[in-house]
Each structure stands twice: as structure tokens, then as C-alpha cells.
Design a protein around this ligand. Structure first.
Ligand code: SF4
Length: 361
């Protein structure tokens, strides 16, 4: 069981961020913010996928003008992603942002920061201070050693936080991102030691989804396993729904997120496999989803475990703790229920028999 690091509680609209609340999954829209209809559609898709906070970039005045309307149509608190422009930050706060993200690397003027803080206080808007390694000018030179990079990022964070604390503003979430997993782990450990504000985790510029998943899972997983992290985003190029699904998988693998209603265990296959296991596993997954197997509340809390195994040599033993198991043989399959063999069925009947047995469970 993971012991979360104790933090202050920050409210982004109706969503609580911090150790009192479950870890919050967030993502970003990737359509033009001025295209209000597409933006709202993507927000709805993200919410349906399990996203609890959605961030939207507001680089221009037209974007913050659209943001006002998007806030009214969205059924989830929105975060305005602000770079370079203090005016955009204030416009987004006034537009109803539940939280804004500021980058200390590009909003540095003290007077402007104070204006933002005062507006955030007045509108009860939370603020994420998001330090990005790539946007700190002193870190753009290639020959700076990793330890110095981490020290400089931490220093930047400390100075920025001090400005907010001097104004008695504590609705802060902190984040420090790099595209380097080890540096991201190290800087977040240091931030966790130095502050008791909630931490947002992410590995920046992680790449295409297939390239982003492993580095993100390693980086975020390491920190989450140490109890560090109160909200996460997996950054990947492309559809943000995929980011959300990856974030949920990382959390679920550590027991930090509700498991899916059907948990599929699939053997890795080897030379003993008597059937195309990947194809069969995909068919089982689709059939369970189509029939909404396991979608009732009690089953969500206690998912049905279905194992798809390639042979009867090792399959039954390895699938012993599954509720249902299919162990393939030549042109047929052995069906197990709670570790006991109940049926032998031809290959063509595997899916229908599994569905029937799953319904009984
Ligand atoms: Fe190989 Fe059988 Fe184990 Fe699958 S269950 S990995 S086919 S031994």
C-alpha cells in the first residue's frame, strides 16, 4: 500500500488536489481554443475517458475570449495554460479558470506576478507553478551537469513560491518537468522535501504514444510509488484521450486508481501456444466491453479477472487466481472457473461460452 506524502489541499473548482483526495488525472485539449465547438467536444471525450481536469492553452486574446464560453459549456473544471503574457493569465482568471498554469521561465516580472496573484485570490483560482527545464534560459546550454540543472530548477521554484507566500497565497500546485526521466524524478523528490504543496507530475515532450508510455510509466511510477504526486498528466503527441488512458493505466498498476471492470490477464505466449492468443484476447476484451460485462458498481470495485492462456501445460496453474480462464489447445479450449476445469469447447465457441460464464459471475 502506497503512503501518500501529506500535502495542503488545493481546490480547482469542485476538484480537490492533494493527499486528502485521490490522484487527479488531467490532460490538455489539442484543437484550436478559438474553435469552441471542437474544444468542448474534446473536453467531453476526455471526461468520458476519465479525465478530471482539462487544461487549455490560451496564447492570444481571442483564446481567452473563447475560454469564457468554453468554461460555461464544460462540465469539468478547466485550467488555463499561460506562457509569456500576464494579461492572458488575468483574462483567464476573470473568465472562470479553476486553475491557471504559470511558467516561471517566461513570466518573471515581479509586479505582473503580484497582479496575477491578486486576481487569483479574488476569484479563488488555484495556480500551478510549472517549472520546465527547457524554458529556463540558464539551462539551455548543453554542458551543464545534471545536478546543477536540478539545483537551478529547485532554486527557480523556491524564488517563485516565495512571491506567492509573501502575498499569503497558498492555493498552489507545483510541478517541475524535464524530458529526462532521472532528472524529473530527482527534482520532484527535492520539491517534495522542500514544500507541502500538492505536486503535479509529468514527463515533458515524451514523444509519440508508443514511445511515451514506458518512460512516463517509469518516471511517474517511481515517484507515485514513493507517495509523491497528487495529479498527473502523461504527455504524448496525438489524441489526448490516449494520454488519459495511459495515465489511468499507470495509476491502476500501482493500485492508485479504480481497476477496469474486467481485468484481462494474457499470457505472453511462447512456442507452446496452440492458438493466436493476441487475437483471442482482443476478441474477449471487445466482447466483454460490448456486453457491458462487469459494469455494475459492485463489479467495478471487485473486477472480474479473465485469463487468456496459450496452452494447458502452464496455463491452468498461471491462471489459478482468475475468475475465468481459457487455456487453449489444438482447435479447442479448456474453460476454468475459479481454478477448476468446467468445460472443453471448440475454438468457435470460446467467446460465447466465456460471455455466458461471465454473466453468471
Ligand atoms: Fe507459453 Fe503456455 Fe505460458 Fe502461454 S501459458 S506463455 S503458451 S507456457
Amino acid at each position: 500500500m502506497i503512503k501518500r506524502r501529506k500535502t495542503k489541499t488545493v481546490k480547482a473548482g469542485f476538484v480537490k488536489i492533494g493527499s486528502v483526495a485521490p490522484i487527479v488525472v488531467q490532460s490538455m485539449t489539442k484543437v484550436p481554443t478559438v474553435d469552441i465547438a471542437r474544444c468542448v467536444r474534446q473536453i467531453n471525450q476526455l471526461v468520458a475517458a476519465g479525465c478530471q481536469l482539462v487544461r487549455i492553452a490560451v496564447p492570444t486574446r481571442a483564446d481567452t475570449a473563447a475560454f469564457v464560453k468554453i468554461v460555461q459549456k464544460a462540465n469539468v473544471p478547466l485550467i488555463a495554460d499561460v506562457h509569456f503574457s500576464p494579461s492572458r493569465a488575468i483574462e483567464a482568471i476573470e473568465a472562470g479558470a479553476a486553475k491557471i498554469r504559470l511558467n516561471p521561465g517566461n513570466i518573471k516580472d515581479k509586479k505582473s506576478i503580484y497582479r496575477i496573484i491578486d486576481a487569483a485570490k479574488m476569484h479563488k483560482t488555484a495556480v500551478r507553478i510549472g517549472v520546465n527545464e527547457a524554458s529556463i534560459r540558464d539551462l539551455r546550454k548543453r554542458d551543464i551537469p545534471p545536478s546543477k540543472r536540478v539545483a537551478l530548477m529547485l532554486n527557480k521554484m523556491k524564488k517563485y513560491v516565495r512571491l506567492f507566500e509573501m502575498r499569503h497565497f497558498t492555493q498552489l500546485v507545483l510541478s517541475a518537468k524535464s524530458s529526462d526521466p532521472l532528472r524529473t524524478i530527482e527534482i520532484n523528490r527535492k520539491i517534495a522535501d522542500a514544500f507541502d504543496y500538492p505536486i503535479h507530475l509529468g514527463l515533458t515532450h515524451a514523444g509519440l504514444p508508443e514511445d511515451a508510455l514506458v518512460p512516463s510509466a517509469v518516471t511517474l511510477g517511481t515517484l507515485l510509488a514513493e507517495g509523491i504526486g497528487d495529479t498527473i498528466r502523461v504527455s504524448a503527441a496525438g489524441n489526448p484521450v490516449v494520454e488519459t488512458e495511459m495515465a489511468k493505466q499507470i495509476l491502476a498498476s500501482l493500485g492508485l486508481y479504480r481497476k477496469p471492470s474486467v481485468e484481462l490477464i494474457v499470457c505472453p505466449t511462447c512456442a507452446r501456444a496452440e492458438i493466436d492468443i493476441v487475437k483471442l484476447a482482443r476478441r474477449v476484451k471487445k466482447a466483454m466491453a460490448d456486453q457491458k460485462i462487469g459494469n455494475r458498481k459492485s463489479e467495478i470495485e471487485n473486477p472480474i479477472r479473465i485469463a487468456v492462456m496459450g496452452c494447458i501445460v502452464n496455463g491452468p496453474g498461471e491462471a489459478a487466481d482468475a475468475d475465468l480462464a481459457v487455456c487453449a489447445a489444438k482447435n479447442k479450449a479448456f474453460i476454468y472457473k475459479h481454478g477448476k476445469k468446467i468445460l472443453v469447447v471448440p475454438e468457435s465457441k470460446i467467446i460465447s461460452v466465456l460471455l455466458e460464464e461471465a454473466q453468471k459471475l
